[in-house]
Design a protein around this ligand. Structure first.
Ligand SMILES: [Zn+2]
Ligand SMILES: [Zn+2]
Length: 403
């Protein structure tokens, strides 16, 4: 860390306390008005207007509903991007618990992205007030459509990192957080190495020969062949790979047929592959395709394999993670900075970290009144986590700006 670090001092308790009411108001407002992926129009409008008022240079509609806001500090330093996702989920909230809740039927902030957006706006306010002393350039990327794994790619395809884009090229670092109802409030998880899994959606089409259910000898039954495929593919996980290198393979749909006495022509199966290790990912994809092809031959059917959406694993580089651990520890104490095992969920934050060194953390948001799992109608965060989020984010950003 450079000696100039102390030149930019910030009293986090004071800065937070001043903004606490506004932070809670913002988060509850976003929570009451959740918007689905790529429909975050209201949220994006509020974010853009607020960031402009704070003195950021705002570019709207980066990746459909995404917003990019850049603040030029008065001192030399790095360009550091902070990602905050804005979208909600197609889920009906359980209204029994709190007085504030989703006002849109069937849509709910059930992952904490309302909190991510409110935290980023609050940190932006703290930094903007010290614009002249601020080292480097801070960039906030308010990302749409994280829940469908498309928003980060949409922003990048729209020139987020392009030389003539809103940042004027790639940032030096890309950072972000996720609130975690699975993790104790008061803690931050900063794990070096793989943190979240790569997610590959895949599709098999099994083509057989249709016919009468009573005369299977005249058909090639794609339901039977598809069933063999489901069973055979599980042996990749149970028999072909190291159990210490995790992978999950699940089928989510298996569609075939129209009537009980017809052997259909075709069966379509889709599923999801999760891996932490990029080499293991390529191996499994290659083997899935080969197994499909060969199994088709074995049973006189034709099996095609296609990869659909993909998000890479979130992998935190060792050096940046230990740097970020120190930043977090200076705010909440080193005993509250955890190094917990990776999870097999995925996050398209990883897209931003492919070409730019980055780091991603979980901010504990577990409530004391029982489990409130992500993506469930009961999801709820402990709002105390927002304070930790603001303080740790502010400190981490300042340290990376001066790294
Ligand atoms: Zn989610
Ligand atoms: Zn999420």
């Amino acid at each position: 860390m450079s000696a100039e670090k102390n030149d930019f001092n910030v009293n986090l308790d004071w800065e937070f306390t001043k903004r606490q009411d506004e932070l809670i108001r913002l988060r509850r407002d976003f929570h009451a008005h959740p918007e689905l992926s790529f429909q975050e129009d209201r949220t994006a409008r509020i974010v853009s207007d607020l960031m402009e008022k704070k003195g950021f240079k705002v570019t709207r509609k980066v990746g459909q509903t995404g917003v990019v806001a850049v603040l030029e500090g008065g001192q030399p330093g790095n360009t550091v991007m902070w990602r905050a996702d804005m979208d909600a989920l197609p889920l009906q909230e359980d209204h029994s618990k709190f007085e504030f809740h989703s006002e849109t039927d069937g849509v709910m902030h059930a992952c904490g992205h309302d909190g991510h957006t409110a935290i980023a706006l609050t940190v932006a306010d703290i930094l903007a007030e010290r614009k002249n002393d601020l080292p480097g350039r801070v960039v906030f990327a308010f990302q749409p459509a994280e829940e469908i794994g498309s928003g980060a790619k949409a922003m990048l395809n729209d020139g987020l990192y392009a030389p003539n884009g809103p940042i004027g090229g790639k940032p030096d670092y890309a950072l972000g957080l996720h609130l975690g109802a699975f993790s104790p409030t008061g803690t931050v998880t900063l794990k070096p190495g793989p943190l979240m899994a790569a997610a590959d959606a895949f599709k098999f089409v099994v083509r057989g020969v249709g016919g009468h259910a009573s005369m299977p000898q005249l058909s090639v039954d794609p339901i039977m062949v598809g069933s063999q495929l489901v069973v055979a593919l599980q042996t990749l996980i149970s028999r072909e790979i190291d159990t210490m290198n995790p992978a999950v393979l699940s089928f989510g749909t298996f569609q075939a047929g129209t009537k009980s006495n017809i052997i259909p022509v075709e069966a379509i199966l889709t599923g999801s592959l999760r891996t932490l290790d990029p080499k293991l990912r390529s191996y499994l994809i290659e083997r899935m395709e080969a197994m499909g092809r060969d199994l088709g031959k074995l049973f006189r059917a034709e099996i095609s394999f296609k990869l659909m959406e993909h998000a890479p694993a979130v992998i935190n580089p060792d050096d940046l993670t230990s740097f970020a651990q120190k930043s977090a520890a200076s705010v909440i104490g080193s005993e509250a900075v955890l190094d917990r095992p990776a999870i097999m969920g995925s996050e398209d934050m990883s897209e931003f970290m492919v070409d730019v060194p980055g780091c991603f953390m979980f901010v504990g948001a577990q409530r004391s009144d029982g489990p409130t799992p992500h993506h469930s109608p009961l999801f709820a965060i402990d709002e105390k986590s927002l304070e930790i989020g603001v303080k740790v984010t502010t400190r981490t950003l300042i340290d990376f700006l001066q790294k």
